[in-house]
Design a protein. Structure first.
Ligand SMILES: *Cc1c(COP(=O)(O)O)cnc(C)c1O
Length: 362
């Protein structure tokens, strides 16, 4: 059995163990801890292009210790989710945007682009086989992790000649405890990204570079870290793996993407649906000193973190330069709630999809 595209077919012989899936779905679904038993693999080399596509059993990879990924960080990834609808259909949220963003990351990191059609075909084939792994309880989903690595076994600092594309799947519950607001440490020393760098790419190295600040934030008792711009340490950019938004009067504001910020699909979706919820949406720089004084005066009502994993998570407190600033009353706010419901109602098939965001897996 195989599915043909214009240029390739996918080996679809592997089958999932649905009893194992049922067992896993009874466990507490710590984010990303339980990996489904099937994955996609597609290989690339300059002569054959993308070839040998398969949905196969999830197993350890066999790679040379000299593979470029281990030495020069030749790694990019994506993250999105498959949702179970009340009628048991399973649907993906704007997966073509993830496929396009993977290719944007690939271009920046000198890795081969993989046609969007091919990525979508592989994603649908995998999720179709993994229906039993898509949890049906509230705020849960099957998280998908497309990944590309440079596999050429050679220590020279040069573009890898061979690559491997994977899609892993993992049933997940909510990333943050429902109904609580998170606390955020504004990092004033380390930066995440600089203009001309790779901040807009979902490249593994960005996250390795942010771990120290994230760990310091945790040690100080904060849930997450947020980074400022690299040049003036003055403008709020984003968090370690989520975009950030503030609410002033009836306006939802988020920093503009200009190479240093990951162009989140949740971010884009919030900006797109905000007017329908009665909010204006704006992309403009957020000056941290200005934000701090507005928080002191109660002029910023809410802040939230947005991303596939976090969805919309309220920020109840930020710490900037030796001072804590409570956001609103410190609890999840009504704007975050409205936006959260608008987006998740569409994702979970509880409401018609007026934006054409969802792709049902057939
Ligand atoms: C993935 C990611 C986001 C969120 O993007 P989504 O497409 O909404 O999941 C934001 N910031 C960073 C740094 C990220 O890696």
């Amino acid at each position: 059995m195989s599915m043909a595209t214009t240029t390739m077919s996918i080996d679809l012989r592997a089958a999932t163990d649905s009893r194992r899936a049922r067992e896993v779905l009874l466990l507490p679904l710590e984010f990303g801890r339980n990996i489904a038993d099937l994955m996609v693999t597609i290989h690339h080399d300059p002569d054959r292009g993308w070839h040998e596509a398969a949905v196969e059993r999830t197993q350890d990879l066999k790679l040379s210790p000299a593979a470029k990924v281990f030495h020069y960080g030749c790694e990019i990834f994506e993250g999105h989710k498959a949702y179970r609808w009340p009628d048991d259909r399973v649907a993906l949220f704007r997966p073509e945007l993830n496929a396009e963003r993977l290719n944007a990351s690939a271009r920046r990191m000198c890795m081969p682009e993989i046609p969007v059609e091919m990525q979508l075909l592989a994603t649908h084939a995998l999720v179709d086989k993994l229906r039993a792994w898509v949890p049906g309880f509230e705020d849960s989903a099957l998280y998908l992790r497309p990944t590309m690595i440079g596999t050429e076994p050679a220590l020279g600092v040069a573009v890898s000649r061979t690559h491997l594309y994977l899609i892993l799947a993992s049933p997940v519950g909510p990333y943050f405890k429902a109904g609580t607001a998170i606390t955020v440490w504004i990092e004033t020393e380390d930066v995440r990204a600089v203009r001309g760098g790779v901040g807009f790419a979902k490249a593994g190295g960005n996250y390795a570079g942010g771990m120290a600040a994230q760990q310091r934030a945790k040690k100080k008792g904060y849930d997450q870290v947020a980074f400022l711009d690299a040049i003036e340490r003055r403008y709020l950019e984003e968090m370690h793996a989520m975009n950030v938004m503030i609410v002033e009067q009836d306006e939802i504001v988020t920093p503009p993407v200009s190479g240093t910020i990951l162009q989140g699909i949740t971010r884009q979706s919030v900006l797109e649906c905000a007017p329908d919820l009665g909010f204006r949406a704006a992309e403009r720089p957020i000056d941290i000193e200005d934000l701090a004084s507005k928080l002191s005066e109660g002029r910023v009502r809410e802040m939230f973190a947005v991303g596939t994993a976090a969805v919309i998570t309220s920020i109840g407190k930020i710490h900037y330069k030796d001072k804590d600033y409570t956001v609103g009353d410190g609890r999840p706010g009504p704007v975050a709630r409205r936006v959260y419901e608008a987006i998740t109602d569409v994702q979970y098939g509880r409401r018609a999809d007026p934006y054409g965001w969802m792709r049902v897996v057939e």
